[in-house]
Design a protein around this ligand. Structure first.
Ligand SMILES: [Zn+2]
Ligand SMILES: [Zn+2]
Length: 335
């Protein structure tokens, strides 16, 4: 079978590999589609702190079960499945609470294990969910980023917040998915802050109010907004924190460099709840799959790029994802 291996920075090769076998507790999945994630791009350009080439990337994947280990009854041949890439240690307190996203020893398929840019992959059955019939194959490849949005918006349940006003910084895939969930499912008034013209057009096309400058934000008279930071940029974080009226809750998804210093005084001034959001859990992926089988899937589908690349075109696909300024997702048709 064929697989794409990143052999050095910005260079994939297509190679032949042995067909995988389903060991105990595993199923072999024939991968149909695999999305390119921002974290994949970090590895591609050699900036990822932990994951380096050579590696077979790919964790936003959907496929069909072609082999199941003996005695395994949770899946059958032909099941359409989406990959849940997160693997906790299974032992720690977080894993016991089904929060492997917080496990210190967590692994991610396609980073610490061989990923889904391969025609077939052996994956633990625990890391697969069966797609609802109404969720198309392509939408299945959106479930992982959609789960990030489901998870981060679900964190709002942990705090009190009164308003329906929402401000999101960054109209990338994640920012836009969060906006869609809050607008379409929770009926919030969503404003997205973005400066890139392609992304502005994309977000506007999805019906969002888009502004260029955070300071231009005007929510409902006097209402404190809920803010989602999706850029990982210190200046953006601080401007968002310091808007007037101050955010009631601020959920942080952007990947920030470790050395950033900021004013704790400003963080305390208006009793804003700051919530860090870390990946997702399997439950979030299941919830995302349910959303993808409602009429909302039409809107979510607009996030998939209209250009779908073949596995052999993996280098072009990554360049497109790297240079594309719009919030759409680049997808590789693996087999
Ligand atoms: Zn991802
Ligand atoms: Zn653990």
């Amino acid at each position: 079978m064929k697989q794409a291996r990143l052999v050095e920075t910005k260079k994939f090769i297509i190679e032949e590999a042995d067909k995988p076998k389903a060991n105990k507790g595993q199923a072999v999945v024939k991968i149909l589609y695999c999305g390119i994630c921002g974290s994949d791009l970090h590895v591609y350009i050699g900036h990822h702190p932990k994951v380096k080439a050579p590696v077979v990337l790919g964790h936003e994947a959907v496929g069909v079960v072609t082999q199941v280990s003996t005695g395994e009854e949770r899946l059958k041949l032909g099941d359409r499945v989406a990959v849940v890439p997160l693997m906790g240690c299974g032992e720690c307190e977080y894993c016991k609470l089904e929060q492997p996203n917080l496990c210190i020893d967590r692994k991610v398929i396609g980073f610490q294990t061989s990923g889904c840019l391969a025609e077939e992959v052996a994956i633990p059955v625990d890391n697969l969910i069966v797609l609802p019939d109404d969720c198309g194959d392509l939408q299945g490849a959106l479930l992982e980023p959609a789960a990030v949005a489901v998870h981060s918006t679900g964190l709002l349940e942990k705090v009190r917040y009164s308003g329906k006003e929402v401000i999101i910084t960054g109209a990338g895939t994640i920012g836009v998915l969060i906006g869609l969930l809050l607008k379409e499912v929770r009926g919030c008034n969503v404003t997205i802050v973005e400066i890139n013209q392609d992304r502005i057009n994309f977000a506007k096309g999805l019906g969002f109010k888009v502004i260029n400058k955070i300071t231009d934000f005007t929510g409902e008279e006097g209402a404190r907004p809920v803010a989602f930071e999706c850029t990982g940029n210190k200046a953006v974080f601080e401007m968002l924190r310091d808007i007037v009226p101050s955010p009631e809750v601020m959920v942080i998804l952007g990947t920030f460099s470790r050395e950033i210093e900021t004013s704790i005084f400003q963080m305390c001034k208006y009793e804003t709840f700051f919530i860090g959001s870390q990946m997702y859990t399997k439950k979030d992926l299941v919830e995302a799959a349910e959303l993808m089988s409602t009429p909302l899937k039409e809107i979510f589908s607009k996030i998939v790029t209209d250009k779908i690349y073949k596995l052999e075109e993996v280098n072009e696909a990554y360049e497109e994802a790297l240079n594309s300024k719009s919030g759409t997702k680049v997808i590789i048709k693996v087999s």
